[in-house]
Design a binder for this molecule. Structure first.
Ligand SMILES: Cc1cc2nc3c(=O)[nH]c(=O)nc-3n(C[C@H](O)[C@H](O)[C@H](O)COP(=O)(O)OP(=O)(O)OC[C@H]3O[C@@H](n4cnc5c(N)ncnc54)[C@H](O)[C@@H]3O)c2cc1C
Length: 424
């Protein structure tokens, strides 16, 4: 029996695997994809990670770990160049290369293995895993399990089957990049970081005559807040405070914090504006349409080849129909809870119909008393706040879980994490 089995290998569970390597905790992590890849459809050239490189898999918990980003740079002979680069924001493609380098070294990480069910076993869990290359099914036992299945695309409107070839969610952008660069007209929907990066990429490759449009339902193309005191809301101290609030208060607080998580980083916004400005010098503005306050209501297809978008400017209540060859839905993600999880729904406690109860150390709360735990790193906004999926706090989340698995009461050295206080 393993001490812990992790379901899904993204940065969350990969960090857990790295921290547990060489420890006396037996573990195994399963990933359905055949190799490690961090949001591969969005690894657009020239785009940066939105947190410092210090948010690697281990440093904030154990700066001496050999799985640190700096050790990666040392091993792949990039450390001197990185020193001269002098930036905390690293290319997202480099972060993916670093994560892949770690995953390749960890025997506990198995790829091409889809977890098909988890059920209660004796003093633990039975985890059924399908090896996708030959359909072989294996059953493993674990004392604890960690759900690290991440998120899945959110599609805000119905898409007719015939329209599917012309509709791309941002998570698959690179798969369709060539077709999008070559299309006669492309429309981007959304105003988060992904939407802005995609719009910038399309703008940079815009061919003569191509119509580019960008709509968002939001009232503006909002900049992400990055001031230091605001960033202290991404610290363990604030997360612990947020978790201690009553459920209703936590829900009320989330929208007030959206500016810290939802928005576009200043440099991406600036690069878009620079591109537009420089191109306008020649007197001929490029055929670009950018419009906030406009919601995508419906997608239709005409003649089996062209999309017709139904849009509504909500402030003046004006509806319009627009033809476009391709649309990119940068409309976000929702928690990816596997269907087999339904079996656990009656066994656990809920804060509401939509939100299961999660302890501060990321455990689901079972109606029966048990010492074998079911941890989750997904669907945590309501319990742990706006920092729930932030990479900076990934090592903190892992430390908390490992501490509980080990039965430790306190972290060996309690770190001060913010200047502000929240609960006085
Ligand atoms: C494009 C993009 C960029 C982001 N950039 C940043 C950033 O710069 N900074 C930041 O702080 N946050 C960022 N985030 C938010 C967040 O940090 C990431 O989404 C992060 O990848 C979450 O890690 P995770 O391990 O929880 O999930 P994921 O990375 O989504 O990994 C989950 C894995 O589980 C696997 N899986 C699912 N079901 C099963 C199953 N049944 N069996 C086996 N495997 C399964 C999936 O295939 C997937 O590989 C970004 C998010 C996106 C979408």
């Amino acid at each position: 029996m393993y001490d812990v089995i992790g379901i899904g290998i993204g940065p969350a569970n990969l960090g857990m695997a790295a921290l547990l390597d060489d420890e006396d905790v037996t573990c195994c992590f399963f990933e359905q994809e055949t190799e490690f890849a961090w949001h591969p459809g969005m690894l657009i050239k020239g785009m940066d990670l939105q947190v410092s490189f210090l948010a690697d898999l281990v440093t904030m918990a154990n700066p001496r770990s050999r799985y640190s980003f700096l050790n990666y740079l040392h091993e792949v002979n990039r450390l001197h160049r990185f020193y001269t680069f002098e930036q905390f924001d690293i290319p997202r493609r480099e972060f993916n290369a670093y994560l892949t380098w770690v995953a390749d070294q960890l025997a506990s990480c198995q790829f091409g293995m889809k977890v098909e069910s988890v059920v209660d076993g004796q003093e633990g869990y039975l985890v059924k895993v399908r090896r996708l290359k030959d359909d072989a099914v294996f059953e493993y036992q674990a004392k604890h399990v960690v759900l690290g299945t991440g998120s899945k695309p959110m599609i805000p409107v119905d898409v007719p089957d015939a329209a599917l070839p012309y509709v791309t969610h941002s998570s698959r952008y690179l798969d369709q990049q060539k077709a999008l660069h070559e299309a006669e007209s492309v429309t981007v929907i959304g105003s988060g970081q992904s939407a802005a990066e995609i719009f910038l990429d399309l703008l940079q490759y815009q061919k003569t005559g191509q119509q580019l449009s960008w709509f968002t339902r939001s009232s503006e193309f909002r900049e992400l807040k990055t001031a230091e005191l605001g960033q202290e809301l991404f610290t363990p101290k604030y997360v612990e405070y947020f978790h201690s609030l009553p459920y209703e208060e936590r829900l009320n607080t989330l929208p007030r914090l959206t500016g810290l998580r939802n928005g576009i980083d200043a440099s991406t916004l600036s690069r878009i504006y620079q591109e537009l400005y420089h191109r306008s010098v020649s007197g001929e503005d490029p055929p670009v349409l950018i419009q906030p306050m406009t919601e995508l209501k419906e997608i239709h297809i005409t003649d089996h080849t062209q999309l017709e978008l139904h849009l509504k400017q909500w402030q003046i209540n004006k509806e319009k129909k627009m033809k476009t060859d391709q649309v990119v839905l940068a409309t976000g993600y929702k928690p990816n809870i596997p269907t087999w999880f339904q079996a656990y729904e009656p066994l656990i406690e809920w804060e509401s119909e939509d939100h299961f109860k999660v302890t501060e150390d990321f455990r689901l709360v079972f109606k029966d008393k048990r010492s074998h735990h079911f941890f989750t790193f997904t669907h945590l906004d309501h319990s742990h706040g706006t920092a729930a999926t932030n990479l900076k706090l990934s090592t903190y989340r892992n430390q908390k879980v490992i501490q509980t698995i080990r039965g430790e009461k306190e972290t060996p050295k309690k770190q001060e994490t913010a200047f502000q206080q929240f609960n006085e």
